[in-house]
Structure formats: structure tokens, C-alpha cells
Design a protein. Structure first.
Length: 330
């Protein structure tokens, strides 16, 4: 899977962080000969203004670091995202904001409050980006599929549990960013030459879309694993001549595969292109397994009615479909 697609989420962030010339952003050009702080009456207020402008410069550099990841992922096998640099910039910006508060005017304090919220948003976007761009989620999806094909269902479920914890944590980090973005004083921030809040929102929305896709895949694969487990239970009951319980297990398996199909189809609509192969494999596997489960149900029904010929025929059909399901994604 091409992880570069994940970083299309930075189209919004990129347009924001690079809008205009970076040299014109306060705090990013140490060679300015005109100090805007000269408009203040006291040296303490002038220093507060300088600290605020330096904070803006550091925070905008953090946003620029996020944007730069897109070009780094031209080679998805070797590129990754190092959250260290933007995190350091955000911490630096927060330190400048702390320094600015001591002798700031009321208006400056309002600037500081809004910029702290701006820093919080950038920190959350950095954390979620690190989760999505480090390659682990892709590797875990591939591991899950390999475990399913090998009928290592406990291992598949363990991998899914790990991945779901990661995506849930990322979701928990991202959701408050939307609340903060909604509450920001956009006019005040943009008067301080921060990035456009609408562009930050666009980046956050795309991160959310990537998470939606991952969550749909995780839920779909979890249903597939559940279905396989009930198939195994049904087969065991069938071998023991317990055809009615076997039929019940096969019907439960079919329901799980139907759930997987519905989840996958709903999730793939807006999923990023980089997840397309995983969605295609999950869709192929779940629909094929639905058909296999139906064949097992028919076999158990026929066996219970004493129609051994039909039972054997439908059993063979089911086994063939299971093999077809294993070839999904090849």
C-alpha cells in the first residue's frame, strides 16, 4: 500500500503553512530592521510582543514541518515522519508564550490565550500524523490478513486489538482539536499571521477520514475473524453428526461475514486511495465467505434431512469458496 496517500491530508496544512512567504512570518526573520514592538509604551510590553511574535514563528515552523512530510513519502518503503522537530517547535512556541504573559497588556494576554489553543491543535495534529505515517498500521493490516489466511485467528485478533487501540488513541487525540478549532478567534489569530484556521480544519478533516477508513477495515476484519471461528465450530459439530448445531454455527458465521461486507462497503466510499487495496481484499474475502457460509448451511440442512448427496455437493462448494477467499488480494 502506498503510504504517500496518507499524506495527502497535508494538502490543507500545506496550503496553510506555506501561504505567503515564510520570511514574512513574525519570529521567522531575525534580520528585521524595524521592530513592530516599538509601538508599545513600556519595554516589558515590547518584550511581550517580541515573545508573542517568536511564538508565532515557532508554531508556524511546526506547521511547515507537517507539510514537508508529503514530499518525504515519495518512497513509502523508506520514508517516515519524525514528530521530534514539530514537537520541539511547539514546545519552543509555548515557552515564548509563557514568557510573554508576565507584563503583557490585556490585549496581548488574549493573543497568548488564542495562540496556546493554536499550539494545542498543532500538537494534536502532530501526534495523529505520527500514528498514521509511521508504517505500523499498514504492516499490522498485512499481518492480520496473513494470520487469517493461516487460520491463526488468535494472532489475527491480537493484531486487530493492538491496531484498534492505536486508532482509538489517535481518534481521542484528534476529536478535541475539532472542538478547539471551532472555538478559536480566527480574526485575532490571523492578525498575528498564523496559518488560516480553515486550512487547519481541512487537514484535521482529512486525518479523520483516514481514521474512518482504518476503523472500517479493523471492524470488517474483526467480523471476518468471528465468522471463521463460527465456521470452525460448525465444522466440528458437523463431523460429530450434530447437524442442527452445525447449521446454527454456519448461519452465525454468515451473519458475521454479512456484517463485514456492510462495514467494508460503507467505509470504502470516502477512504483514501492508499487503503484501496486493503478494502478490495476485505470486500472480496467477506463476500466470498458469505457464499461459503451459505453453502455450509445448505450442506448441514441437507445432511439433517438425510440427503447425503446434496450435503456432500454443497460441502465441496463451500470448501472451494474458502480457497477462493484465501486468494483474495493476490
Amino acid at each position: 500500500m502506498n503510504r504517500r496517500t496518507y499524506l495527502t491530508l497535508f494538502v490543507g496544512l500545506g496550503s496553510a503553512t506555506l501561504a505567503g512567504c515564510l520570511d514574512s512570518v513574525p519570529g521567522m526573520d531575525d534580520e528585521n530592521t524595524v521592530d513592530p514592538a516599538d509601538r508599545f509604551d513600556s519595554e516589558a510590553q515590547r518584550q511581550a510582543d517580541r515573545d508573542i511574535r517568536r511564538a508565532v514563528g515557532s508554531l508556524n515552523k511546526a506547521a511547515a514541518s507537517l507539510q514537508a512530510v508529503e514530499s518525504q513519502l515519495e518512497d513509502p518503503e523508506t520514508a517516515d515522519f519524525d514528530a521530534g522537530e514539530p514537537t520541539e517547535r511547539i514546545d519552543d512556541g509555548r515557552e515564548h508564550l509563557e514568557s510573554a504573559t508576565a507584563e503583557a497588556t490585556d490585549d496581548q494576554r488574549e493573543d497568548v490565550a488564542e495562540l496556546r489553543s493554536y499550539a494545542d491543535v498543532l500538537a494534536r495534529l502532530t501526534d495523529v500524523t505520527e500514528t498514521l505515517a509511521d508504517g505500523d498500521l499498514e504492516a499490522e493490516l498485512e499481518t492480520v490478513q496473513s494470520d487469517i489466511e493461516a487460520r491463526e485467528f488468535e494472532a489475527a485478533r491480537a493484531s486487530l486489538d493492538d491496531q484498534q487501540r492505536d486508532t482509538e488513541a489517535a481518534r481521542d487525540r484528534l476529536e478535541p482539536a475539532f472542538e478547539t478549532l471551532e472555538e478559536l478567534d480566527r480574526e485575532r489569530l490571523e492578525s498575528r499571521d498564523t496559518v488560516a484556521i480553515a486550512d487547519l480544519e481541512a487537514g484535521a478533516e482529512t486525518l479523520s477520514t483516514v481514521l474512518d477508513g482504518l476503523e472500517a477495515l479493523e471492524t470488517g476484519f474483526a467480523s471476518i475473524v468471528t465468522g471463521y471461528e463460527h465456521l470452525d465450530a460448525g465444522k466440528h459439530a458437523f463431523e460429530e453428526g450434530e447437524y442442527k448445531p452445525a447449521k446454527g454455527e454456519f448461519e452465525t458465521a454468515r451473519g458475521a461475514f454479512e456484517d463485514a461486507s456492510g462495514t467494508v462497503e460503507a467505509g470504502r466510499t470516502d477512504a483514501p486511495d492508499g487503503l484501496a487495496d486493503h478494502f478490495e481484499t476485505a470486500s472480496c474475502r467477506s463476500t466470498t465467505l458469505e457464499s461459503a457460509a451459505t453453502a455450509y448451511v445448505d450442506s448441514a440442512t441437507a445432511a439433517g434431512d438425510g440427503d447425503r448427496a446434496t450435503a456432500d455437493e454443497r460441502w465441496d462448494d463451500a470448501e472451494t469458496l474458502l480457497e477462493d477467499a484465501d486468494r483474495c488480494g493476490e
